[in-house]
Design a protein around this ligand. Structure first.
Ligand code: NAD
Length: 361
């Protein structure tokens, strides 16, 4: 069966890291008998240069025709002076909206070899393997009414509205339970139910859903405590599910537990399991075109694509094991190398992961 993957390299280091992902997918295809067809599209600054807009209609059409999307990164100084609707990042927001990507998954996985890169003590984070699931299309970032108004006496007030429907909570809640089922079967729902009515509804719905997933252990935690626990004892979590604003903050916090931005993958999924996969980092203009970028976040995004959209768990495991294997061999790109360690370029690192995958180590 053939799977169509839309590659959106984007800007900066995007083309370099996506080239490694393509190489890896071809190797996965050979090893696991999967047939991949690649299509290519424009997004971000490179799309502005060619078409005048950061998200051409053709890119959305290509995404709709694909089984999954793999994105590099967008952005760069060259396009930062344009009007807000013509910034590269608008391309990202636009494609998430166009494809209904409501669930953002951010694993924080710390390979033991890199435990020294975290700002926390190695024993607190070594072997960390958690996933934060953030609701991406609702909550206070989208709620109405919103805005800044000037009252009759000249005082200005700002207003945002946190709003969630039961259906929106149920949708992300089920994603949380489903993902927990494929991992350690523990789901922690994070809210602020002691203060917020939205959170009380959130907690009600999560508790109701738990009856459908007797094999998953559900717990609830207030967001302030969750922030504290993430830096105190992060390994207590398996899967965390939370609303948009809380997830925005907690997922960055969890990501930084690992200490290296070049290692962090992400997925944004819609109701059908279709997903857009991308590294968490940006386009790194400071090292673009120099073969200095770490491709591992993108290669780990490929593992997520295999697991969550294509349902190929063994292939996903093999990719993650290949990444672990190159790290065990002491292979490093500049961002994760300690002084004195030999440093590989982007393509060399990609080749090493492909070799480890082929060798099954
Ligand atoms: P950045 O993540 O691009 O870079 C931050 C630092 O991390 C830089 O020093 C960079 O060299 C380094 N870095 C990032 N990825 C790396 C990798 N794979 N290997 C080695 N080093 C890596 O963030 P920034 O500098 O704040 O933003 C640069 C541009 O990227 C901006 O235009 C920003 O808007 C955009 N951006 C895009 C996304 C995205 O596409 N999802 C996310 C964040 C920022």
């Amino acid at each position: 069966m053939s799977h169509t993957i839309l590659l959106l390299p984007g800007d900066g280091i995007g083309p370099e890291i996506v080239a490694e992902a393509e190489k890896l997918l071809l190797a996965v295809g050979e090893k696991f008998g999967l047939d991949f067809t690649f299509t290519r599209g424009l997004i971000g600054g490179c799309a502005i240069d060619v078409t005048g807009v950061p998200l051409p209609d053709e890119t959305v059409a290509l995404a709709r025709a694909a089984d999954a999307v793999l994105l590099g990164a967008v952005g760069g100084e060259k396009w930062d002076r344009g009007p807000a609707h013509l910034r590269p990042e608008r391309g990202l927001l636009g494609i998430r909206k166009a494809l209904g990507l409501y669930a953002n998954l951010r694993p924080a996985l710390l390979f033991p070899e890199l435990a020294g890169a975290s700002t926390l003590k190695p024993e607190v984070v070594a072997g960390l393997d958690i996933v934060i699931i953030r609701e991406l299309t609702g909550g206070i970032y989208f709620g109405e009414p919103r805005g800044v108004e000037t009252l009759a006496d000249g005082t200005r007030i700002g207003r945002n509205t946190m709003v969630y429907s039961e259906a929106e909570i149920e949708r992300i809640g089920r994603t949380g339970f489903d993902i927990a089922r494929r991992r350690g079967r523990r789901l922690c729902s994070v809210d602020k139910a002691n203060v917020l009515e939205t959170s009380q509804l959130w907690r009600d719905v999560m508790t109701r859903l738990a009856a459908d997933y007797p094999d998953v252990e559900l717990s609830h935690m207030y967001v302030d405590n969750a922030a504290m626990q993430l830096v105190r004892a992060p390994k207590q979590f398996d899967v965390v599910v939370t609303e948009n604003l809380f997830g925005d903050i907690l997922s960055d916090c969890a990501a930084m537990l690992t200490g290296s931005i070049g290692m962090l993958p992400s997925a944004s999924l819609n109701e059908t399991g279709f997903g857009l996969y991308e590294p968490v980092h940006g386009s790194a203009p400071d090292i673009a075109g120099q073969q200095k970028a770490n491709p591992l976040a993108t290669l780990l995004s490929v593992a997520m694509l295999l697991r969550y959209t294509l349902g190929q768990a063994s292939a996903a495991d093999a990719v993650e094991q290949a990444v672990a294997s190159v790290l065990r061999q002491g292979l490093r790109t500049a961002d994760i190398a300690l002084p004195g360690e030999r440093v590989l370029g982007t393509a060399q690192m990609g080749d090493a992961v492909v070799a480890a995958l082929r060798g099954g180590v």
